[in-house]
Design a protein around this ligand. Structure first.
Ligand code: 4AD
Length: 475
């Protein structure tokens, strides 16, 4: 009853408060400040209310005592309510810790948007015990958590650092379209849509467009969403992912792998040199050490040998691609042979044993996309190999796929034919070989996969703002 009568008034005799974001408070210590945010943590200790405030830029411990903690709003305050707090910023007392090393002694405050309590309280809708499908439905609330928001902050820092590295290496950023009428990585994973009565797709890769930019802009890169209609419920597959792609002219295959390694290492160096992003990496992945250079390079043929030497087998398949089972119903396991795709499970075991980044290179043409350049002067009648590479990281597996591209027009026309692709919608891509062709190559990097490696996350789903996977496009 008493509390309902207490109406707080801001004391006009106090010095004017400076409005500030929580990450910008250090210089304001000792003065009166006004901050806005959400109640991240809340504790009442013998009439003194401790709030940890969150505003996206940081966290701040705030103390409400005396009259300030006895209003109706104070007694009914809930987690995730939005508030405005005004008071004096003080360094934390000797021997105590708080985010930023200071705390706010509140003299005036307001609730801006009260969050519900009781059964609709935030922690009733979402908590550590919520199962995965609830967490997916409540992704918008999960994002408010310390881990999810730290991952997104690191993601922003990563994209920014990549842009700086590309700038330092003279690659220009372009923004290719998402709506396309050509495939890059095979028809099986295309999302088709009706485009004013014409067939069109959501892009799988901007590679073909980047190739057309070389004679116009020189070396280029883009950061664009790619879409894959793969029915893969794995830790590393999304239906929509952020694809960082680059294309470089007048290079050879060795230059390409060296460039990929440099860009990744320079970008990691930038993140570690910046105290804010270095702290995020430390928080999410305390044991992170930057990879040693040069990265190991292992040819596809040597990788097949390596897998067999280490007893890493794969499931045998019949001619139709069905897994062959033994009498007990278990899949029949067999050694790898040259020509086999190295599947996710085998790849993961290999990277886990090696424990360092590895470039796998020289894949058989049959396993790869139509545009890849063949290794020159191959003899014999075994499989034809390509100047292609995948970069594998421990815990995640493939994070980059790249290759040199077919530069010769006749060879490209033959490649369309071999893959059963109608060349007519590709006229603009073919024209690159007609008007001043050049040796060139490029790659695509899955941003969520790199982030899963860097932040030591179990799945790429944690590394996307609103991840999409088969059956999931909400929120
Ligand atoms: O190996 P991919 O399919 O290569 C290309 O699309 C090339 N056209 C890129 C280029 O050369 N410009 O994909 C490249 C990378 C993969 O290494 C992986 O990191 C990521 O994109 N990726 C996926 N990430 C999440 N979910 C998926 N479904 C992904 N598919 C590919």
């Amino acid at each position: 009853e008493e509390s309902k009568k207490i109406v707080l008034q801001e004391d006009p005799a106090l010095p004017a408060a400076k409005k500030a974001k929580l990450s910008k408070l250090t210089d304001l210590r000792g003065s009166r400040v006004r901050v806005n945010g959400w109640v991240h943590r809340l504790r009442d200790q013998k009439g003194i209310i401790f709030i940890v405030l969150r505003d996206g830029t940081g966290y701040l411990q705030c103390i409400l005592s005396g009259q300030v903690s006895q209003t109706y709003d104070a007694l009914t305050l809930t987690l995730e309510s939005s508030v405005e707090l005004t008071g004096t910023l003080q360094p934390v007392p000797e021997g105590k810790t708080a985010p930023g090393g200071h705390e706010l002694v509140v003299d005036f405050w307001k609730v801006l948007g009260a969050a519900p309590g009781a059964e609709d309280a935030f922690t009733n809708r979402l908590n550590e015990k919520s199962d995965a499908s609830i967490q997916a439905d409540l992704r918008h609330l999960v994002l408010r958590g310390e881990t999810a928001s730290a991952i997104l902050k690191l993601r922003a820092a990563l994209l920014s650092a990549f842009r700086q590295s590309y700038d330092a290496n003279n690659l220009i950023e372009v923004t290719p379209p998402c709506l396309v009428q050509t495939q890059v990585e095979g028809g099986a994973t295309l999302f088709a849509l009706n485009y004013y009565g014409q067939p069109a797709f959501l892009t799988q890769s901007s590679q073909l467009y980047l190739e057309t930019c070389l004679p116009s802009l020189g070396d280029v890169f883009c950061i664009q969403e790619s879409f894959r209609a793969e029915n893969s419920h794995t830790r590393r597959h999304l239906s929509e992912y952020t694809h960082l792609e680059a294309e470089l002219a007048f290079i050879n295959f060795d230059d390409l792998m060296t460039h990929i390694e440099s860009i990744i290492c320079e970008t990691i160096d930038r993140l570690l040199e910046n105290p804010t992003s270095a702290a995020l990496i430390k928080q999410l992945n305390p044991n992170f050490t930057k990879p040693a250079r040069p990265f190991t390079r292992l040819s596809y043929v040597d990788a097949i040998k390596w897998l067999n030497e280490h007893g890493i087998q794969h499931e045998a398949e019949d001619a139709e691609g069905n897994v062959i089972k033994d009498e007990a119903g278990n899949p029949k396991m067999v050694d790898h042979a040259v020509g086999d795709d190295i599947a996710e499970a085998a790849e993961r075991r290999m990277t886990d044993i090696l424990g360092t980044p590895v470039f796998l290179h020289g894949f058989p043409a049959e396993l790869k996309a139509f545009y890849m350049k063949k290794i020159p002067n191959q003899g014999g009648d075994g499989p034809v190999f390509t100047e292609s590479c995948d970069l594998l990281m421990p815990n995640v597996g493939e994070i980059v796929g790249g290759s040199m591209r077919i530069a010769d027009m006749e060879e490209l026309l033959a490649a369309y034919k071999r893959e059963g692709i109608d060349p007519s919608p590709y006229y603009w891509f073919t024209d690159q070989r007609k008007y001043g062709t050049c040796e060139h190559g490029g790659y695509g990097l899955g941003v969520e996969r790199l982030l899963a490696w860097l932040a030591n996350r179990y799945t790429v789903r944690e590394c996307s703002l609103y991840p999409r996977w088969p059956g999931r496009a909400t929120p």
